[in-house]
Design a protein around this ligand. Structure first.
Ligand code: FES
Ligand SMILES: [Fe+2]
Length: 376
């Protein structure tokens, strides 16, 4: 049956209250992709991420991935400022030197009266952290469901790409003047490809491929490579071996999935690309794009990958520019919701998911009192 749904009202892209409600109800209560676990391969390695304005430290304690609020328990000072690095010993506050183990325990608190003061009462505020297939996810809600529940069928579906084994080749950050949802919407339809991405459209037919029926916390599908094209690169040619787990059909397609709320996964025959979305304001989003390749390929003397990076960097910029125009137009008093075509089922499904989550917020677990009142 024809999908006659319309786009969302302007307020979903312009209203600060709705934006903050999304941060609270989605980004503070769902599992958020923080980055690759290979960035914290060794104990003491860390990187920072910022979820809904909260700076988090993601680190490795032995075999355990841990995440903490970047907040000292003494007088609240932010502990780390470098985006990534390595703790050679305890995590030390730059203000008065309180120090914490990689498990978050307070191990040093100079000048405190040890008779009246119990270190064990002042560990770093921990955040849940789990790993899936090479990606670290964090969750600010202490009583959330396990990550596996949120991901549902995805781990099995993506197993052939062996993402855990791949390694980062390149990371590019973009500042996009558009609401984060416009970036998700744009990612999930290719009706814009002929006009906006002529290079991409030469490699995959925008009307090809199939979408999964929308369900759960993700949407996506695949597109077929045109005859003569082998992967998404500047000329469609393959310069690396296929990823080892792919069958013949998977070698002829590119798979695009939005894993709600902040991860966009693009699975190619010979590499994987991910976008992580970090909302900064109702009309501004930081997008971090990473490209992953198989280490066997990266070890080859003639390994090249800039063909894939350049192709997508250009395509990304085309997408960000049109998303910024969408933000501007939607912000006009003249904007009213417009009709989706039958081929815009995924964007429409994302809108419905947003509306559905809005209705569910009263059933979600609240932020614990000790974090809302700043005592513990
Ligand atoms: S605020 Fe961190 S040691 Fe004082
Ligand atoms: Fe696009």
């Amino acid at each position: 049956m024809t999908d006659q749904r319309k786009t969302l009202p302007a307020s979903y892209y312009t209203n600060r209250e709705i934006y903050h409600a999304e941060l609270e109800n989605l980004f503070c209560r769902m599992w958020i992709c923080a980055g690759r676990s290979e960035r914290i391969a060794n104990p003491g390695d860390y990187f920072l991420c910022e979820v809904a304005g909260e700076s988090l430290i993601v680190t490795c304690d032995g075999d355990t991935i841990r995440a903490f609020y970047n907040v000292c328990r003494h007088r609240g000072t932010q502990l780390c400022v470098e985006a990534e690095g390595h703790f050679g010993g305890p995590i030390r506050c730059p203000y008065h030197g309180w120090s914490y183990g990689l498990d978050g325990r307070l191990v040093g608190a100079p000048h405190m009266d040890e008779r009246a003061f119990r270190r064990e009462q002042y560990p770093l505020h921990a955040v849940q952290a789990e790993e899936w297939d090479g990606y670290v996810f964090v969750n600010l809600a202490p009583a959330s469901q396990p990550l596996a529940v949120q991901l549902s069928a995805l781990p099995g579906k993506f197993a052939p790409w062996g993402m855990r084994d791949l390694r980062i080749y390149k990371r590019i950050g973009y500042e996009v003047k558009a609401n984060w949802k416009l970036i998700v919407l744009n990612y999930n339809e290719c009706l814009h490809c002929p006009l906006l991405h002529p290079a991409l459209n030469r490699i995959t037919d925008y009307l090809s491929g199939t979408n999964d029926p929308p369900e759960g916390n993700y949407i996506g599908g695949s597109m077929e490579l045109r005859d003569g094209a082998q992967t998404m690169s500047v000329d469609g040619q393959l310069r690396r071996d296929y990823l080892p787990g792919l069958d013949q059909d998977q070698r002829r397609r590119v798979f695009y999935y939005a894993v709600y709320p902040n991860l966009l996964l693009s699975l190619h025959p010979d590499y994987v690309m991910a976008h992580m979305l970090w909302p900064q304001a109702v009309d501004r989003t930081r997008v971090v794009c990473e490209w992953y390749f198989h280490p066997h390929e990266m070890a080859k003397a003639d390994f090249v990958a800039d063909d894939a990076v350049e192709f997508w960097d250009r395509t990304n910029q085309e997408d960000w520019a049109i998303s910024e125009l969408a933000q501007k137009g939607i912000s006009s008093r003249a904007y009213v919701p417009g009709p989706y075509s039958p081929r815009e089922g995924l964007p429409s499904a994302f809108d419905q998911w947003i509306l559905g989550r809005e209705r569910r917020t009263d059933t979600l677990s609240p932020v614990p009192a000790d974090l809302t009142h700043g005592e513990g």
